[in-house]
Design a protein around this ligand. Structure first.
Ligand code: ATR
Length: 271
């Protein structure tokens, strides 16, 4: 019997994780199956428990359950702790271990796939919700010279900045006028609604990288704005998706898959 894993969410039909993990398993010769698990909105814990009881070895957790999974895990990694969210559950006998690979996935995509030096860079993070929180610790670990969080609701950005040590700055969008950044990461949900965060012109430094954590939506308003503003590189979040999956695969199987061919495959499929 192959080991069983799944992505749990609601909705979950659109998830690319089964395809990604099937490719990883084929590539590394790991004997596993990876399924989709639709949990009713009010039954995350019951659904996860049933999967565990049925012999499941681990789960990826997607919207809207990452916060609930954080409470569900009996043991948490430092990344999950900092993110206050769990996207990877590993069942070890009776123990439920929670981890979060989103931030590591972003940093790996930035540094290894896109050749972006986060170390020493001026970094601007847009948004102060769960998506932003999940990537702050791994970004800080790269030691940027600045990490500024901009949000429409300033108080939310301030609260978020205060919950991390390491000199984070919180600002409104208007306060960014006249400043420049080497890396701008859109962690708002604006792209989902076809909206553009209200960035002032001129925030992209020469050679800047603009990164939208969304994927599969074509060029988002943020990336179109960044291109028009002269950002040197514009990237969507597909690489982050594949890299966070690879980190989860490593946590479960102890083997690191090669992400490049899988990312290429997905790019072709969505092109
Ligand atoms: P997530 O878990 O995806 O981060 P969230 O917690 O609902 O979702 O947070 C959404 C983030 O996107 C917030 O930072 C929100 O800004 P506010 O806190 O000011 O509401 C941001 N956001 C959503 N739509 C936006 C838009 N059109 N322009 C700028 N920011 C937007």
């Amino acid at each position: 019997m192959p080991d069983r894993y799944a992505v749990i969410g609601n909705p979950v039909a659109h998830s690319k994780s089964p395809q990604i993990h099937a490719e990883f398993a084929r590539q590394t010769g790991q004997d596993l199956v990876y399924e989709r698990l639709l949990a009713p909105a009010d039954a995350f814990i019951a659904t996860a428990n049933a999967y565990h009881a049925g012999g499941g070895r681990g789960l990826n957790v997607t919207l809207p359950f990452k916060g609930e999974a954080y409470g569900y895990a009996g043991r948490l990694s430092e990344s999950a702790h900092a993110a206050q969210a769990v996207n990877t559950l590993k069942f070890e006998g009776d123990a439920i271990v929670g981890d979060n690979t989103d931030g590591a996935g972003l940093v790996r995509d930035l540094v290894r796939n896109l050749g972006c030096a986060v170390a020493g860079a001026r970094v601007l993070l847009l948004g102060a919700g769960g998506a932003a929180r999940g990537v702050i610790r791994p970004l800080l670990e790269q030691q940027p010279t600045q990490l500024v969080i901009a949000n429409r609701t300033l108080a939310k950005a301030q609260l978020l900045a205060q919950s991390f040590s390491g000199g984070l700055e919180a600002d409104t969008y208007a306060a960014l006028a006249g400043r420049q950044f080497d890396l701008v990461v859109n962690a708002t949900s604006a792209s989902l609604a076809g909206e553009l965060p209200p960035l002032p012109p001129g925030v992209f430094a020469r050679g800047a990288l603009a990164y939208d954590m969304m994927y599969g939506m074509g060029e988002t308003p943020f990336l179109a704005f960044a291109r028009a503003e002269g950002a040197a590189t514009c990237a969507d979040g597909l690489g982050m998706l594949v890299e966070q999956a690879a980190e989860s695969f490593f946590i479960w199987r102890g083997v690191r898959p090669d992400t490049a061919p899988v990312l290429k495959l997905l790019r072709h499929a969505t092109a």
